[in-house]
Ligand binder design. Structure first.
Ligand code: HEM
Length: 482
């Protein structure tokens, strides 16, 4: 064959050149990304990987980085600092794992602020905005978090548990096997938070056994999104108009300015009331954003905590017994507890806190440096400041909650579930970051503690019941039996 005829055409050569040039450009851009990442963390030693600690692509591909970083919590080395610098996708982070360093980052100073969120699903809200507008947002939501709301949380939690027992037929059987515990806790917390946030009470009609992997979150959100924007955007006088879309029974029947109805203690109603100006609603996106964030901030977090709590109580029978004895002590007459009894359940609260220490449902908290600053780095063995690291404006710091909670300097025998450590005065409770720290700490702390306390009571109140844990027959199914 004539070799000349085998030569690629000029078009092919041009295309090949273009591909090579693009490849070279891409490689250069990744090299630049890596180099600027190293600079951003000021060359703090740590992981150098394809994907960053919070890279969505990394999460999708389930890279080793994402799983090892947060499950181990601690790192090799002499200090409580490390870093992650990705070269393919994601942001570089300095990672801190001690109480002192956490306080520098999350404390009351203007040096650090929230990392700007790229997506605000339902609009700007108190959890995502930066310091400037944050005070206004916090003022919008703060009135909701009162004892009136916590009483409602308590009542709804009790009611939800009664619904579960009836719908699942737990009162007719000696033992209950829960195939996937997270299905139960997730549905439970969603039911409670939608009820307390919006006054929407969904019946526990679908058995969790039938639900399997999928939860009716979509259905709930559908209900919520149907009502909320209409209510928010409709002036009061418009309720009298013969328009079907706004003349819903729910909306038309409610006087949002009145305090008399019990349902008016929902987060939604209180936010609306707090934003009424001379009898008119001060409608805007912020009210929507701030109401919806409660669903997201308050649902999965509490669900994961309940999941871990029940599992740990089942594994540590003596801790479960202590909680049970406390219930009998606080309620000797066998009555159901009310929210007024909440503060008396100190043992249960210790168990919840200890669960959140070992398995925090928010396992890292991120801040961005608003100015050039210095971070005082603590020594792993002594806790003293060993050196300082200079960070430039824009550097991102990840507070490793798991790392702090499992740091033996703060919590001796960190891997052991020991509720009594919270009665020990020598423990520095400021090292607990389960609900965050500083001005941006969780506003829903008491909400979820009340919910979880009530849940533990309800579990023990179904007769002389006992939580036990059995390994699932099929290891891959992840099911737990109680
Ligand atoms: C066990 C359950 C919960 C955990 C572990 C949890 C954890 C946290 C953490 C760690 C923060 C601080 C985030 C940061 O500093 O960047 C936070 C903030 C927040 N949480 Fe929770 N939370 C829980 C339940 C709730 C509930 C039930 C609600 C509402 C109903 C809620 C609403 C919020 C809001 C609005 C913020 C933002 C506060 C602000 O920036 O001013 N959380 N939460």
């Amino acid at each position: 064959m004539n070799p000349i005829t085998r030569r690629p055409s000029p078009e092919k050569i041009a295309m090949l050149n273009a591909i090579l040039a693009l490849g070279a450009l891409f490689a250069l851009s990744r090299l630049y990304k890596f180099w600027s990442g190293l600079k951003a963390v000021n060359y703090v030693p740590g992981m150098r990987s394809a994907f960053g600690a919070r890279s969505n692509v990394g999460f999708l591909l389930r890279t080793r980085l994402n799983s090892t970083l947060f499950s181990n919590g601690l790192f090799e080395g002499d200090t409580d600092i490390t870093s992650v610098v990705p070269w393919l996708h994601g942001e570089p982070y300095v990672i801190v794992s001690s109480m002192k360093m956490m306080h520098q980052v999350l404390g009351y100073s203007d040096t650090y602020d929230k990392e700007l969120s790229t997506t605000d699903l339902f609009g700007v809200n108190v959890a995502t905005v930066r310091k400037g507008p944050w005070k206004r947002h916090r003022r919008i939501v703060h009135p909701s978090f009162s004892n009136k709301l916590y009483s409602l949380v308590w009542k709804e939690s009790m009611q939800t548990f009664r619904d579960i027992i009836e719908a699942e037929g737990w009162d007719k059987t000696q033992s209950v096997a829960i195939p996937v515990l997270s299905d139960l806790t997730s549905k439970c917390t969603l039911t409670i938070v939608t009820s307390c946030a919006f006054g929407i009470r969904s019946p526990w009609s679908d058995s969790i056994a039938q639900i399997g992997q999928g939860l009716p979150l979509g259905k709930c959100l559908e209900l919520v999104t149907e009502d909320a924007p209409v209510r928010l955007l409709t002036p009061k006088w418009a309720y009298f108009l013969p328009i079907k879309a706004i003349k819903r029974e729910k909306i038309a029947g409610e006087d949002v300015a009145s305090d008399s109805a019990e349902g008016n203690n929902t987060i939604f109603n209180t936010i609306i009331k707090a934003n009424m100006d001379g009898g008119k609603f001060a409608f805007d996106d912020e009210v929507i954003g701030n109401t919806f964030i409660m669903l997201f901030a308050g649902h999965e977090t509490t669900s994961r905590t309940l999941n871990a709590l029940l599992t740990l109580l089942a594994l540590y029978q003596e801790e479960q017994e202590k909680a049970y004895q406390e219930i009998k002590r606080v309620l000797p007459d066998g009555r159901d507890p009310t929210f007024e009894d909440f503060e008396s359940f100190t043992q249960i609260r210790n168990c919840i806190q200890e669960t959140m220490r070992i398995y925090p449902s928010v396992n890292f908290i991120i801040r961005e440096a608003m100015e050039d600053t210095q971070l005082n780095v603590t020594n792993r063995a002594t806790g003293d400041v060993s050196h300082t690291v200079v960070l430039e404006k824009g550097a991102r710091v990840l507070v490793n909650v798991v790392g702090i909670h499992r740091n033996p300097r703060h919590f001796p025998d960190p891997d052991i579930f020991k509720s009594s450590r919270w009665d020990d005065d020598s423990i520095d409770t400021d090292a607990f970051a389960g609900f965050g720290q500083g001005p941006r700490a969780c506003i829903g702390r008491k909400f979820s503690l009340a919910e979880a306390t009530c849940f533990v009571y309800c579990c023990s109140a179904t007769g002389e019941s006992k939580l036990t844990w059995r390994r699932a027959k099929r290891a891959s199914s992840g099911s737990e039996e109680f």
